[in-house]
Structures are given as structure tokens and as C-alpha cells.
Design a protein around this ligand. Structure first.
Ligand code: AMP
Length: 234
């Protein structure tokens, strides 16, 4: 029997980091439908182009297409002992399809790990994230003591001055990633997560598969929580 796990968590909950540890310790690959769709960017066929168009609009790809892409991925040899699903399933219909597909191979989902993070914390993890030119990352909320703020005149003096963040004791300016810079866009992503996740969690709760993980804890503590859940499945 393989180990099939579903990771659910809002952006910033640390799914990527924890998936890396699960892959390393349990020998199963991470299957992210978002990554699979993004990898199709270079393809010129009609299906791939349609997918890029839908993604750019921030909408969901149809269940039928998504399930077909997952089916293809599950045929690769590295999935022989299981997989970690990330960003999939997104709808109860996808969940039902996955269940049937695995059942045909005598497999089933072992656990749904809900990496629970307060939505305001999720916002602060994304909106507060800044990077120095050296690549070192900081968070303006949780590491406020390392950061110095400066009012800087706007180049076109008609606008109000800008607030800039600098690393204390150095001359390094701290910058946000462009996709973290819009508070509205971050709130929208969190809202979509909340709306789409609720029915999915209900679906898996009814099957007794959901394990809640406190994603606000340190990376190591979260890893320990996940380890103890997965070790009971073995
Ligand atoms: P993600 O990286 O998981 O946020 O996915 C990026 C985009 O890919 C989403 O906004 C959707 O357009 C599409 N996508 C990813 N996973 C799914 C899924 N399970 N069902 C439908 N669309 C998906």
C-alpha cells in the first residue's frame, strides 16, 4: 500500500517546506497541480493555451481537465509508493474522482493534513515579507526590531513621501516581491482559499481523514506534528 497524503493550507502556511521534508523522509513526491499547469506554459497546443488563459484570470481549471492531468502524473514511476497532493483536490468532485481512481489500484488517501493558520497571520506572513539584496528574507511584523523605517520624498514631489524599510545597521534596502505588494490581492487569495477549502474539509471530515496541524508553530515543531501523524499511518 502506498502513502497518499493531501496537504491543505492557506498561502504562507508552510506547505512547500513541509512537503520537502515528507518527500525526503517518506520517499514520495509532491504533486502540485499549480506547478503541473505552470509547466505547460511553453506548450503551444490549444489545451495548454486554454489552461494558461484560465489561470491568468485567477479562475479554476475544470475538474475534468485537472483530473486528467493528475491521472497522467500518477502514471509516472516515482509515484509507485504514494504522493503528497498540494493544491489538489480543490473541489469535492475532484476529491471523489481521486478516491475512485486510487480505489481502482487498491489504494486510498491515508490522511488530509490541514495546516491551520489564522488568516490574519497568513496575511502578515505574505504582506510582511521583504528581501534584502543579499537574498536574506525578513518579516516586517515578526522581525520589526531588525528593521528601520525611513520616509523618503517621492521622486515626483506632488505625491506623499514613501515609507521605505532598511535593514538596521546596514545600508540594505528591503523590498517586497511584486506579488506580495498588493494587500488587496493577498486578501483575495486568502478569501478564495477560505471559500474553496470549507466544502473540501467537510468532505474529508465526514470520512474521518482530517488531521489539524498548528501551522503557526516553528518549522521544526510543525514537522514533528506531521511526523507523529504519518507514523501512525504506517
Ligand atoms: P496554485 O499554484 O495551486 O495556486 O495554482 C495556480 C492556478 O492553477 C490556480 O489559480 C488555478 O487556476 C489552477 N489550479 C491549480 N490547481 C487546481 C485544481 N486542483 N483545480 C483547478 N484549478 C487548479
Amino acid at each position: 500500500m502506498g502513502l497518499y497524503i493531501i496537504l491543505i493550507g492557506v498561502q504562507g502556511a508552510g506547505k512547500g517546506v513541509q512537503a520537502q521534508f515528507i518527500t525526503r523522509d517518506y520517499g514520495i513526491p509532491q504533486i502540485s497541480t499549480g506547478d503541473l499547469f505552470r509547466a505547460m506554459k511553453t506548450r503551444t497546443d490549444a489545451l495548454a493555451q486554454e489552461i494558461q488563459r484560465i489561470m491568468a484570470e485567477g479562475k479554476l481549471i475544470s475538474d475534468d481537465i485537472t483530473n486528467r492531468v493528475v491521472e497522467e502524473r500518477l502514471q509516472q514511476p516515482d509515484v509507485a509508493h504514494g504522493a503528497i497532493f498540494d493544491g489538489y483536490p480543490r473541489t469535492p468532485d475532484q476529491a471523489a474522482w481521486l478516491e475512485q481512481h486510487l480505489a481502482k489500484k487498491g489504494e486510498k488517501i491515508g490522511a488530509v493534513l490541514y495546516m491551520k493558520l489564522d488568516f490574519y497571520d497568513a496575511f502578515r506572513r505574505a504582506f510582511g515579507r521583504v528581501r534584502a539584496a543579499s537574498g536574506d528574507a525578513f518579516n516586517v511584523y515578526s522581525q520589526a526590531e531588525a528593521i528601520e523605517w525611513k520616509w523618503v520624498d517621492h521622486p515626483e514631489k506632488a505625491h506623499p513621501p514613501r515609507l521605505e524599510a532598511w535593514l538596521k545597521g546596514s545600508n540594505e534596502k528591503l523590498e517586497r516581491r511584486p506579488d506580495d505588494a498588493s494587500a488587496d490581492a493577498i486578501i483575495k487569495r486568502i478569501d478564495i482559499f477560505r471559500a474553496t477549502t470549507a466544502p473540501l474539509l467537510d468532505y474529508y471530515r465526514a470520512k474521518g481523514l482530517v488531521h489539524e496541524v498548528d501551522a503557526a508553530a516553528s518549522i521544526e515543531a510543525v514537522t514533528d506534528q506531521i511526523k507523529s501523524i504519518l507514523d501512525t499511518l504506517r
